[in-house]
Ligand binder design. Structure first.
Ligand code: ZN
Length: 341
């Protein structure tokens, strides 16, 4: 990016109420068939326009065509039975009924490639596409086939690589992998998690990012955060190895979180998407608050590598709140741009 402090979001944005029930994760679609397909495209366009109107520099799809950031991708694969469900513990945090892996997993058709082409056609700005990361994918499934988290993650990494290559060909500038599981399973992250992520980006020429966060502002996550104490040092576990990895950009949570900001020093040299917008409350930040978070981060990130961002996705927020937060993000980044000019 030639512009200093280019803004973006972690990925998801609220959907219009005519498409899905608002302020809800896994919200069911309100339409079906051809009508649903067209409505998803309309929502994608709307999301694009709202980001452009708010002055966001790197545009995402707002995840308007997916019900959930992990589940929707897996639904497109073979080898997973969504009827046969088992209860497992997600990220050691809450129980959920999840689908079963019963056979070798495979991507029989592209998942988001048509959506990416559609978004590409409608904007000249840089676009970023989020995919679930291999470790986060395995954590939301019951595996009755491979019986090995590492093996299944490796298979998913190969599948993600196929999708990523087609997204790159469709004109996506940055491909991001969402790995909230990196904040939980530290031994696995270092043993094979980062290696699996590098398998997923193998051969890509576009930029690549990994998003590691403390999750959406849903109750299971906010309850978990209360158990983490006054200092959240989870990033300390994965950052040293990520600094050595081939990933270009690390997207992380900062504003209103208990992450000691100096941990960013551990990834010096990488581009950093600094979370300057809290997604776990409905209070819209002031531009000055955003600027403050960015100023603090600037002590540990070179200016040309700092990308102002949101802490996580904003799908569960009311639309007007999310819109306000997008505007605050741009205005805060502009304050810092002027200061450095
Ligand atoms: Zn997140």
């Amino acid at each position: 990016m030639s512009k200093l402090f280019p803004t973006s979001t972690a990925g998801s944005l609220p959907k219009p109420s005519w498409l899905a029930e608002p302020e809800k994760l896994w919200s069911p679609w309100k339409l079906e068939g051809e009508e649903l397909l067209n409505a998803k495209k309309d929502a994608l366009l709307l999301s694009l326009k709202e980001q452009e109107a708010a002055g966001i520099d790197i545009i995402s799809d707002g995840e308007q065509t997916r019900q959930h950031f992990v589940t929707t991708f897996i639904e497109h694969l073979s080898g997973v039975d969504f009827e046969k469900r088992q209860t497992v513990r997600i990220r050691n945090r809450y129980d959920a009924s999840v689908p079963t892996v019963y056979d070798a997993v495979a991507r029989t058709k592209p998942v988001f490639v048509e959506d990416a082409k559609f978004l590409r056609k409608h904007t000249k700005q840089a676009i970023k596409w989020a995919l679930p990361g291999p470790m986060t994918m395995i954590d939301t499934l019951y595996d009755a086939h491979y019986k090995s988290r590492e093996k299944l993650a490796w298979e998913f990494a190969k599948i993600l690589n196929e999708e990523a290559k087609e997204l790159e060909a469709a004109g996506v500038d940055i491909i991001q992998f969402d790995e909230p599981a990196f904040n939980v399973f530290f031994d696995e992250v270092n043993d094979w998690g980062i290696a699996a992520l590098e398998r997923a980006i193998e051969g890509l020429k576009c930029e690549t990012a990994v998003h590691i966060c403390y999750g959406y502002g849903i109750k299971a996550n906010t309850d978990w955060k209360k158990t983490l104490g006054s200092e959240w040092r989870q990033y300390e576990e994965s950052f040293p190895k990520l600094q050595q990895s081939k990933i270009d950009i690390i997207s992380l949570e900062c504003h209103n979180s208990h992450v000691p900001i100096d941990l960013i020093e551990l990834i010096r040299g990488k581009k950093v998407m600094v979370g300057a917008i809290d997604v776990a409350n409905h209070t819209v930040e002031t531009p000055e608050e955003v600027a403050n978070t960015l100023r603090k981060a600037l002590k540990f990130v070179d200016a040309d590598k700092l990308y102002p961002c949101t802490n996580c996705g904003m799908a569960p927020l009311p639309r007007d709140v999310a819109r306000g937060k997008l505007h605050a993000l741009s205005a805060g980044a502009e304050i810092i741009r002027k200061e450095l000019a």
